[in-house]
Design a protein around this ligand. Structure first.
Ligand code: SF4
Length: 460
């Protein structure tokens, strides 16, 4: 049987897309998956356009694959090379021009057409498909098999929405993923039920702007993300729900109510703010102010007092002054984040901010980023330390590095390492946190702790 090697970069959407492409090509037994590039008959690079020099990195990876393709040809095999994902959408035919070894360029909206594109490539054609079709690409994909779901573990992403209409001035997503499109509630419920039947216990709903979700509801109207979550909370076997990535402007009352009412919705939310300065937020076209962001945080905290927030920040956006940056540091202090991703602004070709003449020097960006990260890291350590001695619910995912140890995640997504039987994989157990490391928490099963205490008391 022919062998498929998929290499995926970037966000959860790409992880999900890579899995669906694998399901599509292995589902009818056309291919089996291989982790060894050298053995492959088909290589798919599922690219990401978010990071700096993304396209150049893809071309350098293709340079390495060129040698593998040559070796395959010597051995009498035709290695087909496909480039998928956001770089393929942005670069299109340029990829085949600059890297003639590439047989297929397929955009994120078209990968369900891969079998047909492969048939053309096998006949020697160069195929570029970066259309934004009106039809729902997900309707064309067969559900993942039970074996494939089990191999991926007890947690899963499910795409509910793609694309973005916000047009933040630093971001390429509206150009590479197109306008917002939402899947229907029925299609998402069917996918989540299929995952839960195969043993998935935690589902993270994903979308570039996930809380702009507005899919078709059972009554023919439109469902909000809050209503979708309410429906999914009823799926048997689903113990935890999360969603990412959200926009502060799209946190509506349904979503706040979902956080208040649904115990399966985890008390942890990634809510990017990018900057604490109204001037910079306006220049970024974020469509919310600092006060509005703080108001959303307050409403969610009222609804779910134990909720923890993480966020994204960009420092050194064009025109950012020291005062603007101080506003960012102040918002970090005001909210108190459990963690955050922070980056230096770097221009993305084709975005409005890239053309601004008031770019900030790298020196200033580096210095501001260091100060911001220092502040965020302090908050993250404080949050993790506050968990010491607490009883957290841990969903166990897999064996740890030490024999007899399992690794799971708390309700706040922190990795937690515990000595526990493998029978607990896929289950939630109460864990007393005994120690806090730099990247993980350590704990004891609450049941084991109670037993040890009783034994100590009996002995003493
Ligand atoms: S909301 Fe997010 S995905 Fe949309 S343009 Fe802004 S940063 Fe990009």
């Amino acid at each position: 049987m022919r062998k498929l090697h998929v290499k995926s970069y970037g966000c959860q959407m790409n992880v999900y897309d890579a899995n669906r492409m694998t399901d599509l090509l292995t589902g009818d037994s056309s291919y089996v998956e291989t982790s060894a590039l050298e053995e492959a008959d088909l290589v798919i690079l599922n690219t990401c356009h978010i990071r700096e020099k993304a396209a150049e990195k893809v071309y350098s990876e293709l340079g390495r694959i060129r040698n593998v393709k040559r070796e395959a040809a010597r051995a009498g095999r035709n290695l087909i090379v496909a480039v998928a994902g956001c770089v393929s959408q942005a670069e299109g035919e340029e990829i085949v021009r600059r890297a003639p070894l590439v047989d297929i360029v397929v955009g994120p909206q078209s990968y369900y057409r891969l079998p047909a594109l492969l048939a053309q490539a096998e006949r020697g054609a160069k195929v570029v498909d970066t259309e934004f079709p009106i039809e729902d690409k997900f309707d064309h994909l067969a559900p993942a098999t039970t074996a494939a779901i089990r191999a991926r573990g007890v947690t899963s992403f499910v795409t509910v929405q793609e694309g973005c209409d916000k047009f933040c001035t630093f971001c390429v997503v509206p150009y590479t993923r197109g306008a917002e499109v939402s899947r229907s509630v029925a299609a998402i419920v069917a996918e989540v039920e299929n995952l839960a039947r195969a043993g998935v216990r935690e589902v993270t709903l994903i979308g570039q702007n996930v809380n702009a979700y507005h899919g078709k509801a059972a009554d023919g109207g439109q469902a909000t993300l809050g209503r979708l979550l309410k429906r999914l909370a009823d799926v048997p076997g689903v113990l935890r729900l999360r969603y990412t990535t959200s926009h502060p402007r799209d946190v509506d009352e349904d979503l706040v109510a979902a956080h208040r009412d649904l115990t399966v919705l985890m008390p942890q939310l990634h809510l990017p703010v990018q900057s604490g300065s109204d001037r910079v937020l306006a220049a970024m076209n974020r469509r919310h102010t600092r006060a509005e962001y703080l108001d959303v945080i307050a409403r969610l905290r009222t609804a779910r007092p134990d909720i923890a927030f993480t966020s994204d920040f960009i420092v050194g956006f064009p025109g950012e002054t020291e005062d603007d940056f101080s506003d960012t540091l102040r918002i970090v202090e005001e909210v108190g984040f459990a963690g955050a991703f922070s980056f230096k602004y770097s221009p993305r070709p084709g975005t409005p901010a890239a053309d601004r003449s008031d770019q900030i020097t790298d020196e200033v960006k580096i210095e501001r980023l260091a100060r911001l990260q220092d502040c965020i890291n302090r908050q993250q350590r404080a949050f993790n330390r506050s968990c010491a001695g607490r009883r957290l619910d841990v969903l166990f995912e897999k064996p740890g590095r030490i024999s007899g140890q399992l690794v799971g995640r708390s309700q706040y997504l922190q990795p937690v390492q515990v000595m526990a039987p493998t029978s607990l994989i896929g289950q939630i157990a109460a864990v007393r946190i005994t120690d806090v490391g730099s990247n993980s928490l350590f704990g004891r099963l609450h049941a084991a702790e109670t037993e040890a205490k009783a034994l100590a008391e009996a002995g003493g």
